[in-house]
Write a protein that binds this ligand. Structure first.
Ligand code: NAP
Ligand code: G4F
Length: 345
C-alpha cells in the first residue's frame, strides 16, 4: 500500500486529491494549519477519527513556514509521494502580502525538498510541485506550453517560479523524483469564495433569489483557461506515476473572458443583461427590471493583471494519456446547481 503526504489537503485540489488517493488504496497524510475556526469543510466527509484503528486518512498540524513541523512529519511517515499543494494561492492577496507569499510559496517548497534530502528519502519519496500558469505573465504567445518563457507579474507568480526552478534544481542536483505540474486555472463547486468564478456564481444566484442586489468586480476583460479541478488532480497523480520526473502543462486549450463567464452563468439563471458604459463606469443591467446587477469596484483591480492565459497540454496528452473531460458549460452548470441547492435550502 502506498502512502502520500498532501500539503494543502484542506484546499480545493487537496480535498479532491485525498478522495482520489483513498479510492486507490493509499494511506493519505495531510498537513493542516491550526486555525481558530474549523478549516476542514472540504474534507469533513472523508475525515476519520483518531480513535479508529487502521485509519488511512491522518491529519497533522503544521505549516509551510515551520520547517520543524514539516521535518517531524516527513521523517516520521516517510511517504512514497509528496504533493505540495499548500500555498497562499490568491494572486491579488499576494500584492498585499508579498513577504508572506514568498515565505509560503517559495521557501515552503525548499523546506520540503530539504527534508527529502536530509532524511535520506531521495530514492523513496517522489515530489510534486503545484506550479501555475501565473508564472508566464503577459507574454504574447498564443498557446503556452512547457517551452514558453516565464515572465511573472505578481508576487505570487514570482514566488511560484522560484519553486518551479528549485524543484528542477533538486531533481538535477540530487536525483530526487521531483516534478512540476504547470496548471492553468481550474475551478469546481469547492473553489474558494474569493476567486472570480465562485464569486460570480454565488453572487448571481443570490441576485436571482433577491438575497443580494449587485455584484462588484474588477477587470472584466481578462481571459482564463478554466478547467475542472477533478480532471486536473488526475493529471497531478499521473505526473508522479510517469516513468521519469518531468514538467507538464495542464490546460483545456480554450479560454474565456470574465464577461463571457458571467454571461454563461446568467444564461443558466435565465437573466438577460445589457452592458452599458466603459472602464470603471461599466455596468450590467438586468433587462427585466432595469436594475444594475454588475458594477466595477476599483478595489478589485490589481496593480498588474495577466490579460490572457491559454494552455497547450499536448505533452500531457502524449506522455500521460491525460485529457480534460469537463467542458466550460458543464463546469458552470455544476457550480451554479450547487449554489442554487444551497440557497433553496
Ligand atoms: P486553495 O483552495 O487556496 O488551497 C490552498 C491550501 O493551502 C489550503 O489547504 C490552505 O490551508 C493551505 N495553506 C495556505 N497557506 C499555508 C501554509 N502557510 N501552511 C500550510 N498550508 C497552507 O488552492 P487550490 O486551488 O486547491 O490550489 C492548490 C495549489 O495549486 C496551490 O498551491 C495553488 O497555488 C496551485 N494552483 C492552483 C490553480 C487553480 O486554478 N486552482 C492553478 C495553478 C496552481 P487553509 O485551508 O488552512 O487555508
Ligand atoms: O479567479 P482569480 O482570482 O484567479 P487568478 O488570479 O487567475 O489565479 C488563479 O489561477 C492561477 C492559475 O493561473 C493560480 F495559480 C492561482 O492560485 C489562482 O487559483 O482571477 C481571475 C481573473 C483575474 O484576471 C482577475 O483580475 O479575474 C479577474 N477578476 C475580475 N474581478 C477578479 C475579480 N478576480 C477576483 N478574484 N475577484 C474579482 O472581483
Amino acid at each position: 500500500m502506498k502512502s502520500a503526504f498532501i500539503t494543502g489537503i484542506t484546499g480545493q485540489d487537496g480535498s479532491y486529491l485525498a478522495e482520489f488517493l483513498l479510492k486507490k488504496n493509499y494511506t493519505v497524510h495531510g498537513l493542516k494549519r491550526r486555525t481558530s475556526t474549523f478549516n476542514t469543510k472540504r474534507i469533513d466527509h472523508i475525515y476519520q477519527d483518531p480513535s479508529i484503528s487502521n485509519r488511512n486518512l491522518i491529519l497533522h498540524h503544521g505549516d509551510l513556514l515551520d520547517a520543524s513541523s514539516l521535518n517531524n512529519i516527513i521523517s516520521k511517515i516517510k511517504p512514497d509521494e509528496i504533493y505540495n499543494l499548500a500555498a497562499q494561492s490568491h494572486v491579488a492577496v499576494s500584492f498585499e502580502q508579498p513577504e508572506y507569499t514568498a515565505n509560503a510559496d517559495a521557501l515552503g517548497t525548499v523546506r520540503i525538498l530539504e527534508a527529502i534530502k536530509n532524511f535520506n528519502l531521495i530514492k523513496k519519496t517522489k515530489f510534486y510541485q503545484a506550479s501555475t500558469s501565473e508564472m508566464f505573465g503577459n507574454i504574447s504567445e498564443k498557446k503556452l506550453d512547457e517551452n514558453s518563457i516565464f515572465k511573472p507579474i505578481s508576487p505570487y507568480g514570482v514566488s511560484k517560479l522560484f519553486s518551479y526552478w528549485i524543484t528542477k534544481n533538486y531533481r538535477d542536483s540530487y536525483g530526487i523524483f521531483a516534478s512540476n505540474g504547470i496548471l492553468f486555472n481550474h475551478e469546481s463547486p469547492r473553489r474558494g469564495e474569493t476567486f472570480v468564478t465562485q464569486k460570480i456564481v454565488t453572487a448571481l444566484v443570490k441576485i436571482k433569489f433577491n438575497l443580494q442586489s449587485c455584484l462588484y468586480l474588477g477587470n472584466l476583460y481578462a481571459k482564463r483557461d478554466w478547467g475542472h479541478a477533478k480532471d486536473y488532480i488526475v493529471a497531478i497523480w499521473k505526473i508522479l506515476q510517469h516513468k521519469k520526473a518531468d514538467d507538464f502543462c495542464i490546460a483545456t486549450g480554450n479560454n474565456y473572458s470574465i464577461k463571457e463567464f458571467i454571461e454563461e452563468v446568467l444564461k443558466y439563471l435565465d437573466i438577460k443583461i445589457i452592458w452599458k458604459g466603459k472602464g470603471l463606469s461599466e455596468v450590467g443591467i438586468n433587462k427585466k427590471n432595469n436594475k444594475i446587477i454588475i458594477a466595477i469596484d476599483k478595489r478589485y483591480m490589481r496593480p498588474n493583471d495577466i490579460n490572457s492565459l491559454i494552455g497547450d497540454s499536448a505533452k500531457a496528452k502524449r506522455e500521460l494519456n491525460w485529457n480534460p473531460k469537463v467542458k466550460f458549460e458543464e463546469l458552470i452548470c455544476e457550480m451554479v446547481k450547487l449554489q442554487i441547492d444551497i440557497y433553496k435550502k
